[in-house]
Design a protein around this ligand. Sequence first.
Ligand code: SF4
Length: 248
Amino acid sequence: MPSAATARTTWRDGRWSTSPGHSSARSRSAWSSQLDGFKALAHSYGAQLRITRLRPSGRGADTWHDLHPTNRQQRQIYDWLLAAREAVLTGDSFFHLNALGDPLPGLNMCGAGRVVCLIDPIGDVYACPFVIHDEFKAGSVRDNGGFTHVWRHSELFRELREPQSAGACGSCGSYDACQGGCMAAKFFTGLPLEGPDPECVAGEGQNLLSAYAAVASTTASPRPSMDHSKPVAIALGRTRTPVPTAGS
Ligand code: SF4
């Protein structure tokens, strides 16, 4: 991996500025030329670009409906990622685009609770960084057994590691390549977890969202449980290890 250094790029006062740190770009518009620019910028700092799919979670919950890529833009991102291949990191977050043809490098399925999880600033463990919600909380590193116990024995992680129902995706010829897409994207748009991603390249997710939007009682999507961008007060306990005494 050539990412010996990283850089942070931000949009401020009408222009891009870069400072040392981590380079991460979210998909927006004019994809190919912007992505080429980001890649060159990261490279100029000796860094490796990582782009991440915009999910409707966290702060993305407020912007996803306005900013998420159209199907045409998803095709552009897919073509660009295929051409860039190993030169750009994605955290395997665009695997739903595998349904467009040749698979992108990395996983072909959601890795939540299988190969990835999130430990938040107060030690709570969630199935992935994009599903910070009580429904996907597996435990806490502050509980007995710590992270090892949560990762190996939590009921949620055990369930996620079982074969998942394909639901409405079961009849899709691309199921092996896409496996229904991103769990977080489905959850926070109110779609069933066993079914298509809201950005399904076959349009199935958008069809469902449109159908749901026509029924007022089903339009309320779940919200993240906690705003992790603000401090919260927590009570920290300390686990003492018994000190062996002479003769014990
Ligand atoms: S229908 Fe399901 S499996 Fe097929 S492309 Fe869409 S999200 Fe993927």
